[in-house]
Design a protein around this ligand. Structure first.
Ligand code: NOJ
Ligand code: CA
Length: 660
């Protein structure tokens, strides 16, 4: 993509007094404003939107064991610039992305002449900044603390999960900001004015994950440490990830923001035609329901025979991938993993041959059980080579449990491990779907074979956890975890309760949605790989509803949020990349809801066949989840459609253009 860099005079004001210096920058649309302040030897920033303060004076800086880059003698703005360009996503929620921002750089010098470079980029959809420490001599640096803070002028409603250093698989809490003890990012807030703000980071590379810790006025950056307490270790230049404050006038604006992607480097892969967004099934839900198992015994799921049965069903229904878990040695003890040797009842070569013959690929599986440093790292190149040789196009990785060398999942060592896996994926043309991952920070732009990750309390919790995911969960995710990137949530449950799988006495596990809402999730929960998680026999009970899943695209030209309120409801329309057809997903929490949408986005002068998969009368996630109706109608641009969502319900709509 051609990058058009305009030489441009920033809307920049500069004031100087003996004690303080201030610089002001604006976004291209002039609505967002950042003030960088140097006072009392320290650096701060402030953010406003249309005159309203969103982030009050908050500190900046880094403290190393070797020197302190939070106390300065002199700060100078050294450059300003403006960028307005477009680029195309190889796959995504949309094809074309506009990257338009104003930026500035400062050099901050300590009395010993140690230098911190500070960079700000101001977009119409948010503000970002990062630090650089240029270290030409390649000296070893130990970062002890990042001084970044995000102070708020009020105590807004906040959606957050606790900053567990090893997990993101938690239910979101909604509290006032003052109630947050520590949080992972994205952490999302709604201010009194209705402006929505989400704090996250972009391009997390060779650094520790930023978690947030309450500081009384807001939150401080709290980096996940190494086992020895150091936050980041570096020989050579240190470049922090971008600290991002995504800003929107409403909840939907957050979802439509592209700032995090824009802050990542362009695609580095020379060839990308091997990367395949796809719908997939798996020998998987069986294990979570306990009807089959991972280890090799009479219940073993990963057998050649069962895989072929699955391939027959999946290929007949247009799926392109089959995940098979429990195929390789190690599941008996979740130890002594062998990532290239199959159990003897699973002929991996034959299964992949059969999959290919039926237009599919196996999705490989590497569950490490946390045995990363001493078992997976030494074997992973051979494991990727095997998949490459067999033409297996993607692998699901897994990191259940503590990491064997004592490091945290979200610390720098693991951030670098996840990156080593991504690099191997690029080398051997195997795409990655990571479970128990590091959070997404937009790296899919640079490495488009990094298709999706979990890092969420996904569907599997409905099979065995108490409490299972409540109806509001999926209406919070698009505005929190979903802002980070694609989620391997694994929708498509067609059986909401399970016999004999109660894991805790008296508390039945269940899926807390209607059937129609499961369909809607394929549109609302964005991912380029979407699983149909349930068993073929359950899909056979509702063939008309299954038909939505077997046709829903996974790669989009355009996405538009039609209405949204975090934790309440969410409606999004997406246009298919390959056809003029549109799809709509709409979901609600435990409350029923009537929503009116307008089909403004359809092409002028064209007619569309609308198929509406919705909750039936009296449908209810708890009492009547299987109550649905399907209707057909001709519609055109500008028409109004009434959506009636049941408690815990949803709706899925397909709009097929006719007379092309
Ligand atoms: C946890 C993953 O999220 C799940 O999908 C997988 O089946 C198990 N680990 C076993 O690897
Ligand atoms: Ca998991």
């Amino acid at each position: 993509m051609k990058r058009i860099v305009l030489v441009f005079l920033l809307a920049l004001s500069f004031c100087f007094s003996a004690s303080a210096k201030e610089w002001v920058l604006h976004s291209p649309d002039n609505k967002n404003e950042v003030k960088v302040i140097f006072t009392g030897g320290k650096l701060f920033y402030e953010i406003k939107r249309e005159g309203e303060t969103l982030i009050t004076k908050s500190s900046l800086g880094l403290t190393f064991k070797q020197f302190d880059l939070s106390q300065f003698k002199q700060v100078k703005q050294v450059s300003t610039n403006s960028v307005n360009e477009k680029w195309e996503m190889i796959w995504g929620e949309q094809k074309e992305v506009v990257n338009n921002y104003h930026e500035a750089q400062w050099n901050a010098l300590t009395k010993n002449k140690d230098k911190l470079v500070l960079e700000f980029r101001i977009f119409n959809d948010g503000v970002s900044f990062r630090y650089k420490v240029l270290n030409d001599e390649g000296k070893h640096l130990d970062l002890l603390d990042e001084k970044t803070a995000f102070n708020l002028p009020e105590n807004p409603e906040t959606w957050w999960i606790h900053a567990d250093y090893d997990s993101y698989e938690l239910l979101y809490q909604k509290t006032q900001l003052s109630e947050v003890d520590s949080a992972h990012t994205p952490m999302t807030m709604e201010l009194n004015s209705g402006v929505h703000v989400s704090i996250h980071e972009a391009a997390l590379i060779d650094y520790a994950s930023m978690t947030l810790k309450n500081n009384g006025q807001g939150v401080d950056c709290d980096l996940v440490p190494w086992a020895d307490g150091i936050k980041v270790k570096k020989d050579g230049d240190l470049i922090s990830p971008w600290r991002t404050v995504i800003i929107g006038d409403n909840a939907g604006d957050l979802v439509e923001s592209t700032m995090v992607l824009n802050l990542n480097e362009p695609n580095v892969l020379k060839e990308t035609d091997w990367i395949q967004p796809m719908r997939y099934m798996g020998i998987w839900w069986d294990m979570h329901l306990n009807t089959r198992g991972w280890k090799k015994d009479e219940k073993h799921g990963a057998t050649t025979e069962y895989a072929k049965e699955y391939i027959d069903f999946a290929s007949k229904n247009g799926f392109e991938g089959l995940l098979v878990e429990g195929w390789n040695i190690g599941w008996e003890k979740w130890d002594n993993w062998n990532f290239t040797e199959a159990y003897d009842d699973f002929d991996i070569e034959e299964v992949q041959r059969y999959a290919q013959e039926n237009g599919m690929t196996l999705i490989g599986h590497h569950e490490t059980g946390g045995k990363v440093a001493y078992q997976y790292e030494p074997q992973m190149e051979e494991a990727f080579k095997l998949y490459h040789r067999l033409g297996i196009k993607a692998v699901k990785t897994g990191y259940v449990g503590k990491i064997d060398n004592g490091e945290y999942h979200h610390g720098q060592w693991m951030v670098n491990h996840y990156q080593r896996v991504v690099d191997l994926g690029a080398k051997y043309k195997v795409a990655i779907i990571a479970h128990e991952p590091i959070k997404a920070t937009g790296l899919r732009r640079t490495y488009p074979h990094f298709l999706a990750r979990e890092g969420v309390r996904g569907q599997e919790y409905n099979a065995w956890a108490y409490p299972s995911n409540p109806p509001e969960h999926t209406v919070i995710l698009p505005f929190t975890r979903g802002l980070a990137g694609p989620i391997d949530f694994t929708p498509g449950a067609f059986r909401m309760t399970f016999d004999g799988t109660y894991r805790e006495e008296g508390y039945p596990s269940r899926v807390s949605t209607t059937l129609a809402k499961q369909l809607a999730l394929y549109v609302t929960m964005y991912s380029p790989v979407q699983m149909a998680c349930d068993l073929p026999k359950h899909y056979e009970e509702f063939p008309e509803m299954f038909q939505f899943i077997t046709h829903v695209p996974v790669n989009w030209e355009e996405s538009k949020v039609l209405n949204a309120s975090i934790g309440e409801y969410y409606t999004v329309a997406r246009k298919d990349r390959d056809t003029p057809n549109w799809y709509i997903g709409s979901i609600t929490n435990e409350n029923s809801r009537d929503l009116t949408i307008q089909l403004d986005f359809l092409e002028e002068g064209k007619m569309y066949q609308m198929t509406h998969f919705e909750d039936g009368e009296n449908a209810d996630w708890e009492f009547e989840p299987y109550n649905y109706r399907i209707s057909n109608k001709m519609v055109k641009k500008g028409d109004t459609v009434q959506l009636t969502l049941a408690p815990g319900g949803g709706t899925a709509i397909r709009l097929e253009q006719i007379n092309r």
